[in-house]
Design a protein around this ligand. Structure first.
Ligand code: SF4
Ligand code: SF4
Length: 73
């Protein structure tokens, strides 16, 4: 499933997840001021976003699948 959840109650709207994602899965929507899973199917499950998020708001699961993933859950 790759990114399982982004906890928006914890999110600080810093945009670091966009900066660290090596394959452009996460974009930061500057109008809505929130992360946006733009290309979820491309996730490599590298875990960088989960590791670097200063709010520990992102949960990445170890399994990769092609199923559509919800951003907020
Ligand atoms: S890195 Fe974490 S706190 Fe920053 S915008 Fe992304 S999810 Fe939110
Ligand atoms: S796990 Fe890696 S590839 Fe997937 S969204 Fe996070 S940083 Fe991007």
């Amino acid at each position: 499933m790759a990114i399982q959840k982004i906890d928006m109650e914890r999110c600080r709207r810093c945009g670091m997840c966009e900066f660290y994602c090596p394959v452009d899965v996460i974009r930061f929507d500057h109008e809505k001021k929130e992360p946006d899973l733009r290309y979820a199917h491309d996730c490599m499950v590298c875990g960088l976003c989960e590791d670097r998020c200063p709010a520990k708001a992102i949960t990445v699961t170890p399994e990769k699948s092609n199923a559509a993933v919800p951003c907020w859950g």
